[in-house]
Write a protein that binds this ligand. Structure first.
Ligand code: PEP
Length: 249
């Protein structure tokens, strides 16, 4: 039985004050919610405020990105040990916006993933096809390539804390969602690659989230699918009520 994980990706939204107000508005909805694991991923500058505001709650906090080196002359970068030092438990790696706007590649995703696991963070690794790839019928090849490169040089034991998010790029921020059948098919491909890389036991336990325009009104349909182990939520995670409604799908 895989516990579902619902993660909020705030992207470049919210100051520390706004983040704190969000948590104050969210907590009353979720005090007794133990069915799912909940993680908030604010922008770096708001992380300490969210850690402080969630400190007596079961809500985890994660970064939206990190660099693979521990420290050094890497202007503008934040490392995995730095995220750990302020109290982060998770980190998003390889989000399609990082791939599209910041030059992230399958290889840099692998380097970041290995560094995150080595630092004791739980990485949420994002994969997914763009519209042209879906239309060309190569979704399975794309997912196989993204996952097999991301999983390189990681042992089954090391992979245990990892989570994968299947995010079809054409569904992110567009209001379009994959049907449960399309998502389940993609999740089966990802799990098959994980089984080849890490063995059946680890692959069976691997949580694979769905991301792409998850909203309160489609959360129940998506989250009740056996193959979908939770959600990575962008736009609808910015409002406490709407995020709480998704968590309580
Ligand atoms: C995301 O950015 O990970 C995402 C899924 O965004 P949205 O929910 O807005 O589509």
């Amino acid at each position: 039985m895989r516990k579902k994980l619902i993660a909020a990706n705030w992207k470049m939204h919210k100051t520390p004050e706004q983040a704190q107000s969000f948590v104050s508005a969210l907590l009353p909805h979720l005090w007794e919610h133990t069915r799912d694991e909940i993680v908030l991923c604010p922008p770096f500058l708001a992380i300490p405020a969210v850690i402080e505001a969630t400190k007596d709650s079961p809500i985890g906090v994660g970064g939206q990105d990190m660099f693979w080196e521990k420290e050094g002359a890497y202007t503008g970068a934040i490392s995995a040990p730095m995220l750990r030092a302020v109290g982060c438990s998770h980190v998003i790696i390889g989000h399609s916006e990082r791939r599209q706007y910041f030059g992230e590649t399958d290889d840099t995703v692998n380097r970041k993933l290995r560094a995150a696991l080595a630092a004791g963070l739980k990485p949420i690794v994002c994969v997914g096809e763009v519209l042209a790839e879906r239309e060309a019928g190569v979704t399975e090849d794309v997912l196989r390539r993204q996952c097999s490169i991301a999983f390189r040089e990681i042992s089954g034991g090391e992979a245990i804390p990892m989570v994968v998010a299947y995010e079809p790029v054409w569904a992110i921020g567009t209001g379009k969602t994959a049907t449960p059948e399309l998502a389940a098919e993609a999740h089966r491909t990802i799990r098959a690659v994980a089984a080849e890389a890490f063995g059946e036991g680890v692959a069976t336990q691997l949580r694979i989230l769905y991301g792409g325009s998850v909203k309160p009104d489609n959360a129940t349909l998506l989250m009740s699918q056996q193959e979908i182990d939770g959600a990575l939520v962008g736009g609808a995670s910015l409002d406490a009520k709407s995020f709480a409604a998704i968590v309580k799908w």
